[in-house]
Design a binder for this molecule. Structure first.
Ligand code: HAM
Length: 422
């Protein structure tokens, strides 16, 4: 878990604004579900045999003895909220977006945190290739708007019956290679053969390449549906790679699954920036009516390290624009001036004028040095004399010219400096 410091503020704000803008444009409404939920919600939806539930969830008993968990993701919570608030009676699909912290006791390594942040969108109540495509479009363009070009890795894992038949075939194939399999893979084969396809072990590469592919085990409807999604992606010119080994680590998926990888990504290329897919059975599994649905979530911590890396490569010319730096510094001299200064700064703030200041400093020299460092165009100076006669000095930092104005006219004067056209 890590602290997010002011030096990263611009990145977080830019991500949030970009997420809000694109989600709103595609008519997703904001949803905020609790950070703590009953643990059983995640066990039932993400699946008992998954890494997230088995190894990574923060589970504890609250004071009533209820087993609760810090949410490891938000899809299950959204499905729960859909049922709890009778959202099936709204116009379908119900489209929601969220943004916030998730918790997984992951093994510490690059790009993996125990508290991380996701931006996600979910569309519940409709099954149509265009819905899957729209979600991919939103995620892809969110990343693109931030300056990250990605490849979408995509696959279809079909319906449970199709997957069952495929798993029988895959297990048979893997067992035939048993003598070549590393110990950890043998265990995975026993618990969740599909996840063997996820293995990044070098010695597994040739075995996985030769493995039967799930796409060949899909029925006509599933295949047609998947083709439908791909056609939209072609139409939208979204670059994708068909990835037969992509199965995702959460149990609720059916049909389309996808992940986003940075194009030509360096250290980030191993880990996905985001992922998602269709989960047509989840709402029903949680006690709701049959409700097809799909969604995605993007890992913002990974997105931000990618943006920071890009900014460093471009030597400070970040992809994320620097927040507009204030142009004005407010300097004060003496106790009375300091007291008045705080009042004036608050008045200016109400007038939407933000000024740099260092009220803890008493030396004018130190304050002017700071003003120079911040490259402000003007400094306003309030001394003992000015407090007494209700005036204030406005100094042009370039020319050094100073004017003395009435304190009451300060807002007006600064407005003219900051917004000369108005
Ligand atoms: P997920 O693939 O588990 O999917 O997570 C989505 C993204 O969250 C990952 O691609 C990654 O960028 C980020 N992420 C996951 N774990 C960590 C971690 N420990 N540290 C940093 N970032 C991490 C889901 O969560 C699904 N709920 C997505 C979804 C929505 N499917 C349908 N709707």
């Amino acid at each position: 878990m890590k602290d997010i410091l002011p030096k990263e503020e611009t990145y977080w704000k830019t991500c949030y604004r970009t997420a809000e803008e694109i989600a709103t444009a595609y008519e997703y409404g904001m949803i905020q579900t609790p950070v703590v939920e009953e643990a059983s919600l995640f066990v039932r939806s993400i699946g008992r045999g998954t890494d997230v539930v088995e190894k990574e969830m923060y589970v504890f008993e609250d004071r009533d003895g209820t087993k609760v968990a810090l949410r490891p993701e938000s899809t299950a919570s959204v499905a729960r909220a859909y049922i709890a608030h009778g959202m099936h009676s709204l116009t379908q699909p119900v489209k929601v977006w969220y943004y916030g912290p998730m918790f997984r006791h992951d093994r510490p390594q690059a790009g993996r945190y125990r508290q991380f942040h996701q931006f996600g969108c979910e569309a519940l109540g409709e099954r149509a290739p265009v819905i899957d495509a729209e979600l991919i479009v939103v995620a892809y363009h969110f990343l693109k708007d931030l300056g990250i070009q990605t490849q979408v890795h995509i696959n279809s894992i079909g319906k449970p019956e199709e997957r069952e038949r495929y798993i029988v075939e895959l297990s048979g194939y893997l067992r035939s290679k048993r003598s070549y399999l590393p110990e950890e893979i043998k265990q995975r084969l026993h618990k969740n053969p599909l996840r063997v396809l996820d293995s990044k072990l070098e010695e597994m590469k040739p075995i996985i390449e030769e493995a039967p592919q799930i796409i060949d085990w899909l029925g006509e409807e599933s295949k047609k549906y998947f083709m439908g999604v791909l056609e939209y992606l072609d139409e939208m010119e979204i670059p994708y790679t068909l990835t037969p080994t992509l199965v995702r680590g959460l149990d609720y998926y059916t049909d389309t699954v996808f992940e986003f990888f940075e194009d030509g990504g360096e250290d980030g290329s191993q880990s996905a920036l985001g992922g998602g897919g269709r989960y047509d059975l989840l709402v029903e599994q949680l006690g709701g009516r049959p409700t097809p649905a799909a969604g995605f979530a993007i890992g913002l911590d990974r997105v931000i390290s990618c943006l920071r890396r890009k900014a460093e490569q471009q030597q400070g010319e970040g992809v994320v624009p620097q927040e507009k730096v204030g142009k004005i510094f407010f300097a004060q001299l003496g106790d009375q001036a300091r007291r008045r200064a705080l009042k004036l700064i608050e008045t200016l703030r109400k007038d939407k004028i933000f000024v740099h200041h260092m009220l803890g400093k008493s030396s004018l020299k130190a304050q002017l040095e700071m003003a120079n460092k911040l490259m402000v165009t003007h400094t306003v100076i309030l001394g003992q004399k000015e407090v007494q006669d209700g005036t204030i000095i406005v100094r042009d930092m370039e020319s050094g010219i100073q004017e003395i104005i009435d304190q009451k006219k300060l807002t007006n004067r600064l407005e003219k400096i900051l917004r000369p056209a108005s």
